[in-house]
Design a protein around this ligand. Structure first.
Ligand code: PLP
Length: 226
């Protein structure tokens, strides 16, 4: 029998090794951390190769681009999970609910309401994350840190959304660890169990600070084409 690691490309074994090591260092079970391979702006050949190696969890940040790639591919892989990790416009909510399995980027009241209506229409209840703007950056989406717990309550109790946890993208020029630690604390205040945090440059810190979903693009596939 061929083990999974033997079938991986060297690069991808390397990332898996790093994830395992990070889990071991903080005594977390590897199965508690889901690797989302962020396939945005990556060539189809690389995505197909990852599928061939058995990867089934992918992240995209644009609904339109995700549709082009996955709409015909998705039915061929029954246990494929697609994660929307980018900002969502209301007019794309129907497509997003139709294609994706997880939404990581609920960042305002209007989109929460729209998603809730759309999920009822399509008879779905996708697991969702609320994006928190932990660095309070004006150009970045996400709810304000001091509003996140109440917003999570409104989303689940008033809108009936399945809120699993919080997501963040720390400021590019800062140490990410305090942001991850803060998000973790916020999630326990809100009674939420999942944390979508950690990217290519900082997933080891994120794992140490409780990430349940790490979103890895370039460290998994290589540099993106623009
Ligand atoms: C692109 C993207 C990622 C992956 O970034 P890398 O640095 O390539 O790992 C993760 N999360 C979000 C929200 C992204 O848009």
């Amino acid at each position: 029998m061929i083990s999974k690691s033997e079938t991986n490309s060297p690069e991808q074994s390397e990332i898996e090794n790093k994830i395992q090591k990070a889990c071991k260092n903080c005594q977390r079970d590897r199965s508690l951390v889901e690797l989302i391979a962020v396939s945005k702006r990556q060539p189809n050949e690389l995505v197909k190769a990852a599928l061939d190696r058995g990867y089934r969890s992918f992240g995209e940040n644009q609904v339109q681009e995700a549709y082009v790639r996955w709409n015909s591919l998705k039915p061929l892989y029954p246990n494929l999970k697609l994660h929307l990790i980018g900002a969502l416009q209301s007019n794309k909510a129907a497509d997003a609910v139709n294609l994706f399995d997880f939404i990581h980027s609920i960042d305002r009241d209007k989109i929460a309401k729209t998603l809730s209506l759309e999920m009822k229409k399509q008879n779905k209840n996708l697991p969702c994350f609320i994006q928190v703007n932990t660095g309070s950056e004006p150009q970045k989406s996400g709810v304000k840190p001091n509003e996140a717990v109440e917003f999570a309550r409104v989303c689940s109790q008033d809108y009936g959304l399945s809120i699993e946890g919080f997501m963040c993208i720390p400021p590019i020029d800062e140490d990410a660890s305090p942001h991850f630690a803060f998000l973790n604390k916020l999630a326990s205040h809100a009674g939420l169990k999942s944390l979508s945090m950690g990217m290519s440059a900082d997933f080891e810190d994120a794992i140490r600070l409780g990430a349940t979903h790490i979103r890895i693009g370039t460290a998994f596939f290589g540099n993106r084409s623009c």
